[in-house]
Unconditional design. Sequence first.
Length: 276
Amino acid sequence: MFVLSIIGTILLWILFVFLGLLALLLLIMLVIWVSPIKYHADISLAKNGGGKLETNVQAKGRWLYGLVRFKVDGEDVRVKLLFFTIIRKKAEELNTDKTPNSETKQELKEQMQEAKNKTKINEQETKSNVIPPKEEMKKEASAKKEGFFTRLKKKFTQFKDMYTAIMHHPDRREIQRLLWAYVKKMLKRFKPRVFKVSGIIGFDSPDKTGMAIGAVCAVRGMTNFNILIDGDFDNEVISLNVHIKDKLRLCQIAYPTLRLVLGKKIRPHVFGLLRK
């Protein structure tokens, strides 16, 4: 009996530990689910005449009630977890716009020529040792040619096929209604609480400037954003300052998305797309 009581006590403690870990995991998931991502950003755009458009981004934010913080200062990006930096990308200290001098050009030419010579030697050795079949050579060539845009084209084709399948589905009107309702929800979710734009715009002709000012007024009327942009009808110039401030929760995005994806009407098309 004494041994059985000890075993029962041990099993009871194991059960308590398991339930405690499960409760802790659920609590962490709940905090991640409802914790707001607070951010504010200042974006400046500047262009004079036919020059290059220069942008500068200053942004700060925090998540999990300050446990995770991020900061963007131009090209410098930093993400911190408590006091530890987990992501850091610094802007290059060297100015890439500077043209190299004659010595640097000569060194680059010598390095490129040396690399070409090594490549030719390796190719000759490979050809002399192993001659792959024509089919394997074709596969290797096609794999090398397949880059980012090719993969993007394949994904676009898959989405196009899914759209075609939805359009020919018997319940296509119901699917269209669900997709349009989801898009409207997402637009409301991503609409920032504070959105201010101020500055001056001007193009190479007064007609284009007038059309741009009219489009800005139309957007301001539809969104009720604080947009104060004046037109410069004499000069070609862009000088804009954008201030954004908002907070967003993960549940606001994940819940409508999961509800749409796991619905009876959309689920077969999504799973079919993922299997491809």
